[in-house]
Design a protein around this ligand. Structure first.
Ligand SMILES: *Cc1c(COP(=O)(O)O)cnc(C)c1O
Ligand SMILES: [Zn+2]
Length: 416
């Protein structure tokens, strides 16, 4: 923590000591989301790109000077981050670009980008000496918290609140990782409210991303990593799907950090992508008015957040980067699952590929132009939501053990 200055309220600028269980500003309540402030000059003086080259740690912890944790705190025994970056000409062409970079964050230990935040939560809970960590989640935050708490290999417990609609792959993960799972037979909003009451009532450590200021710091590692993998030559655009808004806010924070310490010379534009059936942040961005709570009508369950808590941080991130927001339909998302899989071998869940579907739309709308370089993060693994994947997957051949019949079908299909 030697580089952390304090926690600063994004609403009234009051500063606080970086206690591990400090969540919101005392004066501003729910609006008082805190932001971790760093001593950038000191980091700049004491940490170089060369130090990173010599650093053998292959996980998010290689960026320790930019993370708000104590060096000596126990961490989950999993490899968080260090996910691969691909450049795909063929996929670029499919979305109307010359150059496209894809970072597959579905290859994190529990299958989503959320591991970056949950690992942070596990460490901060340890620093707070908590025995129980809780969160509400549309699925991935939950399964990643459960996995990361299991990987602490100690007495800490995870208690998880999920909405009724959470896909069964994610619920299976939760139970396998040994969490106590509460399935609220209602919306995400309801699951959030119940978790909020329970956390207050029993004093558990709170992993709700919009409220806990440390989680965004975990999420930002996705862009720290991406920038290093690109040898600090950042693209023109970086694209994320947006639900609560913490991921894109974290991306901006990471890029801002890198610029402050001189590792990159400009901040790429951020494109935030929401699902048409649940796009309150896009609407607030376009209308410049406050947020209106919406329904949660999309198959992309991980970004189906009708009442996002962190929308201000997300809006600030997109605006500060001179970026944009766009929506995509469920149809476009489903189609993109198949296109991405069959073109690159990367399998994303609906919210995982929504960003990529957004690129295609942004190119055809003229927001992104053909010669610009674009990076997208596939935020979650397709195996988590097989039900929706099968809708996009196409037909298989069902047949008895009969080679003549097979030949007939193959001939008709043009396979042979
Ligand atoms: C959580 C999540 C997102 C969006 O992150 P927010 O912080 O809610 O905006 C996108 N994709 C996947 C797969 C996620 O799990
Ligand atoms: Zn405040």
């Amino acid at each position: 923590m030697r580089y952390v200055k304090n926690l600063k309220c994004t609403n009234c600028s009051t500063t606080y000591k970086p206690e591990p269980d400090r969540y919101l500003c005392d004066k501003c309540g729910d609006k008082g989301i805190l932001d971790v402030q760093y001593k950038y000059q000191k980091i700049k003086n004491e940490w170089t790109k060369k130090d990173l080259i010599n650093n053998k740690e292959r996980s998010i912890w290689r960026f320790l000077p930019l993370l708000p944790i104590k060096k000596e705190t126990k961490r989950p025994n999993l490899r968080i981050g260090n996910t691969p970056l691909y450049s795909s000409k063929k996929m670029a062409k499919k979305v109307g670009l010359k150059k496209l970079i894809i970072k597959d964050d579905g290859l994190n230990p529990t299958g989503s980008l959320k591991d970056r935040a949950s690992a942070m939560a596990a460490v901060k809970a340890k620093e707070a000496d908590a025995d129980t960590v809780a969160c509400s989640s549309t699925g991935n935050a939950a399964s990643s918290l459960a996995g990361n708490i299991a990987a602490m290999e100690d007495q800490m417990k995870a208690i998880i609140f999920v909405p009724k609609r959470a896909p069964s792959g994610k619920v299976a993960q939760l139970l396998i990782y040994g969490a106590e799972v509460v399935s609220v037979q209602d919306s995400y909003q309801a699951a959030y409210n119940l978790s909020d009451q329970a956390i207050k009532k029993w004093g558990w450590y709170n992993r709700n991303a919009a409220i806990n200021p440390y989680l965004v710091e975990g999420k930002k590692t996705v862009v720290l990593e991406m920038a290093e993998q690109l040898n600090w030559q950042v693209p023109d655009w970086v694209v994320f799907s947006v639900g609560d808004g913490c991921t894109i806010a974290g991306a901006y924070k990471g890029l801002h950090d890198l610029k402050q310490i001189g590792f990159i010379d400009r901040i790429p534009r951020l494109l935030g992508v929401q699902a048409k059936g649940c796009a309150p942040i896009t609407k607030a961005f376009k209308t410049n008015r406050g947020l209106e709570v919406t329904g949660e009508n999309t198959i992309a369950d991980s970004i189906a957040v009708g009442s996002p808590r962190n929308y201000n941080k997300a809006l600030d991130a997109v605006r500060s980067s001179k970026g944009d927001m766009i929506n995509v339909s469920d149809q476009e998302i489903l189609k993109m699952i198949k296109t991405l899989g069959s073109t690159t071998g990367i399998f994303g869940e609906p919210a995982g590929v929504a960003g990529l579907a957004g690129i295609k739309r942004a190119v055809s709308n003229g927001i992104i132009s053909l010669e610009q370089s674009v990076a997208v993060v596939i935020t979650g693994n397709g195996l988590k939501d097989i039900k929706n994947a099968r809708k996009a997957a196409g037909k298989l051949i069902e047949i008895e053990n009969d080679i003549d019949r097979l030949e007939e079908i193959f001939f008709k299909k043009g396979v042979i």
